[in-house]
Design a protein around this ligand. Sequence first.
Ligand code: 3PG
Length: 396
Amino acid sequence: KTIDDLGDVAGLRVLVRSDLNVPIKNDVIGDDGRIRASLPTLVKLAKAGAKVIVTAHLGRPKGTPNPEFTLAPVAKRLGELLKDEGITVHFAADVTGEAAQAAVQDLDEGEVLLLENVRYDAREESKDESQRDQLADELTALADVFVSDGFGVVHRKQASVYDVARKLPHAAGGLVLAEVEVLKKLTEDPARPYVVVLGGAKVSDKLAVIDNLLAKADKVLIGGGMVFTFLKAQGHEVGKSLLEEDQLDVVRGYLKEAGDRIVLPTDIVVAPEFKADSPATVVAADAIPADQLGLDIGPDSAKAFAAEVAAAKTVFWNGPMGVFEMEAFAGGTKAVAQALTEVTGLSVVGGGDSAAAVRQLGFADDAFGHISTGGGASLEYLEGKELPGLAVLEED
Ligand code: 3PG
């Protein structure tokens, strides 16, 4: 069901689960992409005259209130962004307590209220269904209908994502629908060649998705920290680079199964230390010195990866190619991002880190086919797993 299927929402209290989990340091928001991506649904509901109540999380405060994880700066940013639309944003200092209840009472039609970090309440993430159920009841008491729009959390079986949807008339918000539509295109009959670029620190985080993508993609290009486990599995020394010894056998299996469909870098940018000003040199991927660590794919590899990407009709990219936050090790990530902007078919950037990388490197969002707001959620979707937050929306 979509928001339109809910009928006239004027005057109704609409509880929206958004994913507003953005990087914040000293009260300053880094990349506000997720806040921006949540706006269309909130604007649509507010303009239709709903009283919009937003529940969301920030970080992992583990069930205890902690000022480090307050959503107050997010409420402020939301207020700035919605001001142009003439929409007022309020903030409640608790999740479902007195402050939240009073704020809902005072909320006018066409206004937005953001509730405090739902993960301040230990019941949100509880494995005990009856605990989650209690919190879901409290959230449900604040609202008449529920809209699920936090795509980044649909892989979590949590009270504000899953249990609430079982208790209220519900619909998928525009962001969830848009994300699912794109991911469907990747899994069902992608236009070929279909090229996947995978980076990030750990192979172990991505085993299931690699399995699945190896079965679907024409080429899987590997960069980032995980590449050193692949190089080692091929028999090369990797110096002080990141290495997951316990994954070597699994990776050997991938290399055997996929043959030349797995593309590894041929050169690597190395430095003696993990530091922005550590002197960087380029070495062959099979000749990483013992006292150095790899921090980016090298320029020849960046060119080769870019050529594979540019020739593709469908591309999915997850995970930076190197330590892009440091100028000397940003070349690989920049080259891949640039190549993605040149794809004539569908280009998808998935995952919080990759989305932050492209924005930090100065690329505009609309240069890509789609930037997913979901990290874990988009990977789990591509693994072919059932996502609880989506499955529950299919129920009556
Ligand atoms: C994310 O950052 O991917 C989502 O907000 C989910 O956060 P989580 O991994 O802490 O559940």
